[in-house]
Design a protein. Structure first.
Length: 297
């Protein structure tokens, strides 16, 4: 089985150690999001009137050093005065596969997203044939206008599309940094889990939308291997999207429930509710198809 992990953070350094772990676990390839967890936002620099522009030095070097094992995505800022050029450079980079926009991390950015402020990002993605990972933080319904307006853009919703787990909400509150952030985020997303997922699944009729199946142990309150309590939610997602629009990711370096990389992987491999075809699609086939990532490249 050609296993692809569609989200791991790396940097700085550590590629050789990661390859050793991949070999031990049987993971063929990893999509890197270079985001230094000790210093959130790095590596990046300021451009224009306070916009950020990310770089991916560790991820790009890892992809060149270990051909076929790594690709990476590029986070973009809608305020970047050279947004079009950044997207074109991403298109032309040998191992870059997608863009990422974390639109749900603050209420201000969520409101901007709802108002259509990301049209330029989606238009650039359409012009350059790049998929976009979108971190909606539970506001997945706001994607509908973009899915309709930009049907050629492949959109992958991060972290099951539901609100962040309770353990992550204090971190998001600190990142937003407003006087009422702690109070707001503490109460955010406290609806019943089936209802939260149903809001995401309501968009499954859009063929240009896929779902990244990550953080499921935390958001569906199914901590510790084998994360069995998350299985009914996965089955509902498969019924709505089909396995061909579900993409597994471990994000093991940022899991609030603390599972190891192997535990997250084998919770999927050993899930008795999955058929062999579903397992192969979710664990690698979807990533290859949606990210224009031929096996072995």
């Amino acid at each position: 089985m050609d296993i692809v992990d569609s989200q791991v953070h790396l940097g700085p350094g550590g590629a050789s150690e990661m390859v050793a772990k991949m070999d031990a676990l049987g993971i063929a390839s990893v999509l890197l999001d270079e985001f230094w967890l000790g210093t959130p936002g790095d590596p990046s620099y300021k451009v224009g009137d306070g916009a950020f522009r990310t770089t991916s030095p560790t991820a790009e070097l890892a992809a060149w050093m270990y051909p076929g094992r790594f690709s990476y995505l590029v986070r973009v800022d809608r305020h970047d005065p050279e947004l079009q050029a950044v997207v074109r450079l991403t298109r032309d980079a040998a191992y870059a596969r997608a863009l990422r926009i974390p639109v749900g991390m603050t209420r201000a950015e969520t409101a901007a997203f709802a108002a259509g402020a990301y049209d330029e990002v989606f238009a650039a993605a359409a012009d350059n044939g790049l998929p976009i990972f979108v971190g909606t933080m539970g506001h997945t319904h706001l994607l509908e206008r973009y899915l309709k307006k930009f049907p050629a853009v492949k959109v992958i919703v991060d972290h099951c599309g539901v609100p962040p787990s309770k353990s992550l909400r204090p971190i998001i509150a600190r990142m937003e940094g407003l006087p009422d952030s702690a109070e707001y985020w503490a109460k955010f997303g406290d609806e019943p889990l089936p209802e939260l997922l149903d809001k995401v699944l309501a968009l499954a009729d859009f063929p240009n939308l896929a779902l990244k199946w990550a953080h499921y142990s935390a958001v569906f309150e199914a901590p510790a291997y084998p994360n069995a309590a998350a299985r009914p939610y996965l089955r509902k997602a498969i019924s709505a999207f089909g396995a061909g629009r579900l993409m597994w990711a471990s994000d093991f370096s940022a899991l609030p429930t603390g599972e190891s990389w192997g535990e997250v992987l084998f919770s999927m491999i050993n899930n008795p509710d999955l058929s062999a075809t579903e397992r192969e699609q979710i664990l690698g086939g979807t990533a290859h198809q949606w990210l224009n990532w031929p096996s072995g490249e």
